[in-house]
Design a protein around this ligand. Structure first.
Ligand SMILES: [Zn+2]
Length: 487
């Protein structure tokens, strides 16, 4: 090996050493950067732990304010709740939720009403953005609005489908929570947006009913969502359904569920809390903050509470077998206990209304008016008004039990005594059951709409009729026994 060769190797070695040192320096710098970054993040969280919570609160406040005020938050209301600095961001966050729910006018007004607006480029830019999206909106044809409905969801299919005498009925007309989740997620992805029946029409002071207007950007499809018999009837005990709806410590509506060991779980075990949670994460699933409509009977109370007068009077001739069993199991259920049921149910109903839910009559006794006759229907309606309306509030919507309408497809007339009676009792909107994609009828003093059942029967026998909403094969709960029994 000559000198040149040795020299060369030495230089190569030195170069390699320098390279190694450089790499080490790089790694050390990187480590320092990471440490500094982590420190900053940790300190930020330690100093302002409320940041995330504040954001959540803002959203909630906005939604509540929107529900109360019909979509307008004034600058004063918001400014008074917070110190300086965050107000602009808060107002913008609140306006963004309104705009996400297609209430562009509300969003624009809320920003322009603020004293900060004139000097805020951010707010002015936001308004320009809302105006641009609003300009793309068109009025959706009201006669093409679909209406889907469910019964109380099956939380635990192994208990509903356990081979007893009630299994066939559950299999036909109920939907499991996993199916419901799949259906709603599919509809959301397709662009469906929940609207109210009261978005579809306007009831005027003189009793006439005119068309409403639903303005949506391209690709969005309005639909009405309803749920029947959210009473948590006695016969469903132990069959895998939620026990009742409650208001939890955060002010949210949730379900209770009785576990096998008798302990009570709280969660989203039925439609209402599931939708509330989903809309918090996807505000654009709701038009102007509106959600579904709950069709209630009254004979075993509402929302899981035993609010009917029979639980107070215990009038022997009216107490059913199930109610007698309830009294036997709850010998201490007295007048005060009944009053507490009414108070708790009223609290749940009020909380739901503030969150965008509405209520309808499903008749008090789950009756078919034309089958029982006019006089019986009048008595039944009065029972609903006496026992259910005081808890959930007045409504002008009747969603017929069994889908049993008070007339055929032809328009109602004043010659129909069932119609004139119900109209006289304040009902303006009437819903039956109709398997077609949409069926909407406007009369001079009413609106009618058909509803599609998204249950085991329809999914099993007519999956093709649901393809505009979801793919049955991808939502079908495999724990459901087949074939689904024929009606
Ligand atoms: Zn029903």
């Amino acid at each position: 090996m000559d000198m040149n060769e040795r020299e060369k190797r030495l230089r190569q070695k030195q170069a390699q050493r320098r390279k190694n040192v450089l790499i080490m320096k790089c790694i050390i710098s990187l480590l320092i950067l990471i440490v500094v970054f982590l420190a900053v993040v940790l300190i930020k969280d330690a100093v302002i732990p409320g940041v995330k919570k504040q954001e959540e609160n803002t959203k909630k406040q906005q939604q509540e304010a929107q529900a109360d005020a019909g979509g307008s938050v004034t600058a004063d209301q918001t400014e008074s709740t917070e110190g300086s600095g965050s107000t602009e961001d808060q107002l913008l966050a609140a306006a963004d939720v309104m705009a996400a729910q297609y209430d562009y006018d509300g969003a624009i007004q809320s920003l322009q009403a603020s004293s900060l607006y004139t000097n805020s480029q951010k707010m002015q830019d936001a308004v320009t953005g809302y105006q641009q999206v609003k300009a793309t909106c068109t009025a959706y044809p009201l006669e093409q609005i679909t209406h889907v409905f469910f019964h109380t969801m099956i939380k635990d299919p192994s208990k509903a489908f356990d081979g007893d005498a009630k299994e066939a009925g559950y299999n036909q007309v109920m939907t499991t929570m996993s199916e419901f989740t799949g259906i709603m997620e599919s509809m959301y992805e397709k662009g469906y947006v929940m609207v109210s029946l009261h978005d579809m029409c306007t009831v005027n002071a003189d009793g006439t009913v005119s068309s409403g207007e639903i303005l949506l950007p391209p690709g969005k499809i309005p639909f009405v969502l309803s749920q029947d018999d959210v009473s948590y009837y006695h016969y469903m005990d132990g069959d895998g359904f939620a026990q009742k709806l409650i208001v939890d410590e955060n002010g949210d509506v949730k379900n209770t569920y009785v576990e096998d060991d008798g302990s009570i779980s709280v969660g989203d075990y039925d439609m209402v809390p599931w939708i509330d949670t989903f809309v918090k994460e996807h505000p654009d699933f709701s038009y102007h903050g509106h959600k579904g409509i709950i069709a209630l009977t009254g004979y075993e109370g509402v929302l899981g509470y035993r609010t009917d007068e029979v639980y107070r009077t215990k009038e022997a001739s009216r107490v059913t077998e199930y109610q007698q069993k309830f009294f036997d199991e709850h010998p201490d259920f007295d007048e005060a206990a009944w009053q507490k049921e009414v108070d708790d149910a009223t609290n749940v109903a009020n909380t739901m209304k503030a969150e965008g839910w509405e209520f309808a009559s499903h008749t008090w006794g789950h009756i078919a008016p034309q089958t029982v006759g006019l006089e019986a229907m009048q008595k039944d309606t009065q029972r609903w008004l006496d026992n259910v309306a005081p808890v959930v509030g007045d409504t002008d919507v009747i969603i017929f039990a069994f889908g049993a309408d008070i007339g055929d497809w032809q328009p109602y007339t004043d010659a129909n005594p069932f119609f004139t009676y119900l109209k006289g009792k304040g009902f303006n909107i009437f819903c039956n059951v109709d398997s077609t994609q949409y069926w909407v009828q406007f009369g001079s003093n009413y609106m009618r709409q058909g509803r599609r059942n998204l249950d085991g029967y329809r999914m099993y026998y007519n999956p093709d009729m649901l393809s505009d909403l979801f793919d049955v094969s991808s939502v079908w709960d495999k724990s459901r026994p087949t074939p689904v029994p024929q009606m």
